[in-house]
Design a protein around this ligand. Structure first.
Ligand SMILES: NC(=O)c1ccc[n+]([C@@H]2O[C@H](COP(=O)([O-])OP(=O)(O)OC[C@H]3O[C@@H](n4cnc5c(N)ncnc54)[C@H](O)[C@@H]3O)[C@@H](O)[C@H]2O)c1
Length: 314
């Protein structure tokens, strides 16, 4: 399949630049819609050398008119422009927004994320774009950013589990999923929502204490469900989503396959820490408690960046 013309929102952020890099490596042509230029977070870093030709249209996604305009576009700035007029992109991947609570006020978190998602989905559907992929979050299960020590109701945590978030960030993500569901049904398009775990950039496995903390003190990290998402593998998930069509509205746990722990037996690891939480559906050896089986099965995703390749001593 030839590369697609993809509008990526939020590509100048921590996660987006890695995802764009993966998409470009797979031959897609990408344009970035963000408040800030991609070069401000990538220039001079050899990791992102493939991004030099990715153009940013500065665009506030909470303004519907700007979104409609930017999704109908040439992919690069040309002198001259091609003879044919700009046209809607083939697909939109929407990552822009506020990435956790308390960056801005609660109301602003909710407004920017929900309105931004609505504007992107509405414009994509009305411009005839048939594929939209959205950044949701495992926080919709309500444990991360929950009030106090909440627990997962059962393991593995699958997409069929209840979602009951209480904080404005996770609520905004769940609302985004509902917007997606409504528009996918109304317009007959594919909208895939990725419930992303805590994202790790390559340098973060060894460059900070968090992953070592996962391994050494797993009892302190119940809120992340002993699961994580590699930024490059997240790019691969988006690529798989671009290649697979006809699934309508879907949510996928977008985490890596392996538990963030030395344990080779996830079932006994969980029984040791949480003997009272039921285990349903079986758990594979070393499987992450937040299950990515659905995205592996339906989109054909395979991870390349298991954390154990990068963090070999702790
Ligand atoms: N970082 C994680 O661990 C993590 C985990 C789960 C889900 N996510 C989701 O992934 C996405 C990316 O997260 P990130 O960590 O890269 O965040 P980030 O804050 O680093 O990047 C977000 C980008 O969105 C842009 N943006 C914000 N408001 C905008 C607006 N109104 N219009 C246009 N652009 C706007 C920002 O300029 C920034 O470049 C977010 O949707 C986040 O909720 C992230």
């Amino acid at each position: 399949m030839p590369g697609l013309r993809v509008a990526f929102t939020g590509g100048s952020g921590k996660v987006g630049r890695h995802v764009i890099q993966t998409l470009v490596n797979h031959g897609h042509q990408v344009i970035n819609l963000d408040l800030v230029d991609l070069s401000t977070t990538t220039s001079g870093d050899p990791t992102f050398s493939a991004l030099q030709n990715v153009h940013t249209i500065k665009c506030d996604l909470t303004d519907s008119g700007q979104v409609f305009s930017a999704l109908n576009t040439h992919m690069t700035l040309g002198e001259p422009f091609p003879a044919e007029p700009p046209r809607p992109v083939d697909a939109v991947i929407h990552f822009a927004g506020i990435n956790k609570p308390m960056v801005v006020s609660d109301g602003e978190t909710f407004r920017i994320n929900v309105l931004g998602t609505h504007n992107v989905v509405e414009a994509a559907c009305k411009l005839g774009i048939k594929k939209v992929i959205l950044a949701s979050s495992v926080t919709v299960y309500g444990v991360a950013f929950g009030q106090g020590d909440l627990e997962y109701a059962s393991f593995p945590v699958t997409e069929a589990c209840d979602t009951n978030p209480t904080d404005p960030y996770a609520l905004s993500k769940l609302c985004g999923e509902r917007v997606a569901r409504g528009y996918a049904a109304r317009f007959g398009v594919d909208i895939y929502c990725l419930r992303i775990g805590r994202v790790f950039e390559p340098h973060e496995y060894t460059g900070g204490d968090m992953f070592r903390g996962y391994v050494r003190e797993p009892e302190k990290w119940f809120q992340h469900g002993w699961s994580y998402t590699d930024a490059r593998d997240l790019g691969a998930m988006c690529h798989c989503g671009l290649l697979t069509s006809g699934l309508g509205f879907q949510v996928f746990n977008a985490v890596n396959t392996t538990i963030t722990n030395e344990s080779s037996d996830t079932a006994s690891f969980l029984r040791g820490l949480y003997p009272h939480i039921p285990q349903t559906g079986g758990l594979e050896q070393s499987e992450a408690p937040i299950s990515n089986r659905k995205i592996r099965r339906m989109l054909g995703f395979k991870d390349e960046h298991d954390w154990r390749i990068y963090l070999t001593s702790w």
